[in-house]
Design a protein around this ligand. Sequence first.
Ligand code: DX5
Length: 231
Amino acid sequence: MAPDQPGTDRPFAIVPSVLPVDFARLGEECIALEKAGVDRIQWDVMDGRFVPNLTFGPDLVASVRSLVSVPFEAHLMVEEPGWLVPQFVAAGCDTVIVHAESVGHLHRALAAVADAGAKAGVALNPATPPEAVEYVLDLVSMVLVMTVNPGFGGQSYIATMEPKVATIRRWILERGLDVDLEVDGGVGPDTVAGAAAAGANLLVAGSALFRDPLGLDHAVADLRARAEATR
Ligand code: DX5
């Protein structure tokens, strides 16, 4: 592995974004995702302020929680999301991801996620430097490096985020921390290897999973194989 590509020996996880699903059949779609072998499901929560899109609240997540057993993670693309954290935990999310850019006091916000009974995650938009999370790595179970500007699925992967992924992976390794590194946005067959080689082990995909002509099972297995092939 090149020095700028630290990679990772942490298990890879394929994490579908729910954005592309048919919400009229949400329960069936979640069951199909679990059957296809995904490792967890990401709920893209958008408030129309932090990002130019509006999605759903905790009640929708709670409505399908009992249908599948895979862990749920709530990706809060929300201004000042603190008030929502307990609600998504109660809805059945094991992990709650807060954007560094969305809170005035990130250290306090992440501690509050843990106090609410969930694993804490911190997300960085493309323009945000890795230093924004350097002093909170001890508070989180995962760091999410956005590889698109959040708000919509189907966007192009921003490969210039890979050095940021590598930097954070090196920090995690140097400090011996038990922290996963996730990428989200434009992850698919042509981009997943770059993200994995840089050090990401949680791989969020939306459109790439649902547009595979060979179906969901193939899409999940293919992404995982392409990530594993970087080792
Ligand atoms: C933020 C959303 C998207 C989505 C991924 O914009 O969170 O990143 O999940 O969608 P694809 O995989 O289609 O880029």
